[in-house]
Design a protein. Sequence first.
Length: 330
Amino acid sequence: MRKILRKHECLLLALIVVLCAAIGIKNPSFFTLVNAFDLLKSSVTLGILGLGVLIVLVSGNIDISFPAIAAFSMYVTCLLVPALGFTDHIVILFVVSATVGCLLGFLNAFFIYYFNLPALIVTLGTGSLIRGCLLAFVGTRIITNLPSSMVEFSQACLFTQALPGGETFGLAASFPIFVVAAVLVWLVLNHMLLGRGIYALGGAPEAARRVGFNIRGIQFFIYGSIGLLAGLAGIIHASNMRNANPRDFRGIELTVIAAVVVGGASITGGRGTVLGTILGVLLLVIINNSLILVGLPTEWHKVIIGSIIIASTAVTAWRARGRQLSTVPT
């Protein structure tokens, strides 16, 4: 039990509980079921992107092109699928957007593996390239006439409950997609040889090569996965916003990476969990959505997030140093 209580996820969960209690004392409406469902809905897009970033960080690299991939996949899908006449099938929209995102992720993997280039530089370049091609060659207008299936998807709920005023609320249909994605990523990282290879690549790249892991396959899986998840997140985001804006997702990479790092993932690789990422996303969503409830201006959001990132990184580094010292023979 003591070992469990010392885990980063346990400490993060305790912080979330204390934060929720403080916000609830300030504004009791925070504890309503309507607000809880809103928080879960708000966590879907950030959470799906966070799962992709987790895979990359665990491998010891970083990807900052996924916002551009999400915007490109979303926008191209919203143009292409209606032109082909498949507007009534939301699954087709998800498949097309995820495929586009996956292919763009493979582009990153190609440059990183075959040219042995730093992932940060490659994704910085491809992110700018993808965003530029989107605005220069695909389109700049905001698409407001979305496929009917996207509108229906944004309105769909797993179950509904009526409010006293006659309005209804429920758990958004997009939330199970996040849950399924989280379970699949957890299975890959914890119960498959591929996941062991990802952790090994982040912890000791040269050792991973000597052991015999298929580095090329792992690299293509890593960047294909974050591209695929970015494509899914793009369609969900467009459905919730009721429009497809090619300029969306700008600057979101810092928030997503912050959520994953706060969740305990190491920026140098080899460490990170799905549960920690989910808790990190939930923490940032609670902070972001609850500032108005407690009467704080939105400018405080970056101050609070920055403080949490520094504190979380410091605690993680301190505990890692403690583990290293405890293993040194006396």
